[in-house]
Write a protein that binds this ligand. Structure first.
Ligand SMILES: Nc1ncnc2c1ncn2[C@@H]1O[C@H](COP(=O)(O)OP(=O)(O)OP(=O)(O)O)[C@@H](O)[C@H]1O
Length: 248
């Protein structure tokens, strides 16, 4: 590791943990045949850190993200968000914690078609009981100035993903979770969206996890991790060209 990235990692190690995964295990049983996907997986993500998770198809990347997002529960182990053990909360409290602390940017945009862009972006504020302010600023930040009254059907795929980024960040969450956020966009649009996502995550002092198969997408994160059946490991390039130059 170069000196500057070692120094940056040292600084990050001093920051509080925003997410702790402790000995996570998850199996799916379909028709009685159990399939162990994650085994004894531990990892700590610190405040302000933005990581990419890569790995072979079927290794469990989306499963892991879904467990963190609370869309599913681990069979074993604990997930701590900002020091709070998720399993110690009842369902309502866990939902409130996730709503407040998380922003989601998933490939299936989940932008509601019957709401305007401003209304879509303001949704996390509404759900968190926060007065709806700041949508114009977020529209500016993602390059959609003055388009708040438009409906999603008038937008391209790249523009919709800009709305998703604005919506994920409007309530200033501490952790952004992105699953293949640019999987169905052309490479130029994907690059713009990824750089925007990175800029906004950093501008908001948030942390981020992006799951992707794209090396170019992964290179926009601070660090790249690879998920294998043995857990999460730092990406080690076999060739200099394996990853484009990382953006620091
Ligand atoms: N709800 C489910 N029920 C049963 N098996 C599942 C379920 N969800 C995922 N799996 C299985 O768990 C394994 C991990 O799936 P997952 O989607 O997490 O992998 P992934 O690494 O994200 O894959 P990809 O890169 O192809 O999206 C796969 O074998 C998948 O078939």
């Amino acid at each position: 590791m170069e000196k500057s990235s070692t120094r940056r990692q040292d600084a990050l190690d001093l920051k509080p943990a925003i997410l702790e995964l402790r000995h996570i295990g998850k199996a799916y049983s379909s028709a009685g045949d159990g399939r162990q996907v994650l085994t004894d997986l531990s990892y700590t993500l610190r405040a302000g850190e933005y990581v990419a998770i890569m790995g072979e198809s079927g290794v469990g990347k989306s499963t892991l993200l879904n467990l963190i997002a609370g869309l599913d529960v681990p069979d074993t182990g604990e997930i701590l968000i900002d020091g709070i053990t998720l399993s110690s909360l009842d369902d309502d409290a866990a939902t409130r914690l996730r709503r407040r602390e998380f922003g989601f940017i998933f490939q299936a945009f989940h932008i509601l078609p019957h709401l305007t862009l401003s209304q879509n972006i303001a949704l996390p504020l509404l759900l968190n009981g926060i007065p709806a302010a700041g949508t114009e600023h977020m529209l500016d930040a993602v390059g959609l100035t003055g388009r708040g009254h438009h409906f999603p059907r008038h937008l391209s795929g790249g523009e919709l993903q800009r709305v998703a980024i604005a919506r994920a960040l409007i309530h200033r969450p501490k952790l952004i979770l992105a699953d293949e956020p640019t999987g169905n966009l052309d490479p130029d649009t994907a690059h713009d969206i990824l750089m925007l996502m990175r800029r906004e995550i950093k501008a908001n002092g948030a942390s981020g996890i992006i799951v992707t198969h794209s090396h170019a997408a992964a290179a926009t994160a601070d660090r790249v991790l690879v998920l294998t059946k043995d857990g999460l490991h730092p990406f080690v390039a076999e060739k200099a060209t394996d990853l484009p130059k990382q953006i620091k």
